[in-house]
Design a protein. Structure first.
Length: 119
């Protein structure tokens, strides 16, 4: 059984940093990539960033490039999302997801953590 647990969300002011964590248990060695998504109220869920388990290759949405960095500690089975220079438009529930059984499909999801950025 695969479990993903996000943590680190909260209320911050515009320009502040915040770091999210995603701890995975189960099938960790079978994981291809871990991704971050977010969903703001009334909006579709959108891709934020992804990182491969082997090699640590990363990719980012244009809206967060240069501000967000994802990294991973395989020894701790944890993926991080460092968010700098946060903007009010970054306010959303942030989810991590794991690509395990089928390349290209993120079948396992965490419960999400709320990030709220105020002016």
């Amino acid at each position: 059984q695969v479990t993903l647990v996000e943590s680190g969300g909260g209320l911050v002011q515009a320009g502040d940093p915040l770091r999210l964590s995603c701890a995975q248990s189960g099938r960790t060695r079978s994981t291809y990539r871990t991704a971050w998504f977010r969903q703001a109220p009334g909006k579709e869920r959108e891709f934020v960033a992804t990182i491969s388990r082997i090699g640590g290759s990363t990719a980012y949405a244009d809206s967060v490039k240069g501000r967000f960095t994802t990294s991973r500690d395989n020894a701790k089975n944890t993926v991080y999302l460092q968010m700098n220079n946060l903007k009010p438009e970054d306010t959303a529930v942030y989810y991590c997801a794991a690509e395990i059984a089928t390349p290209g499909r993120f079948d396992y999801w965490g419960q999400g953590t709320q990030v709220t950025v105020s002016l």
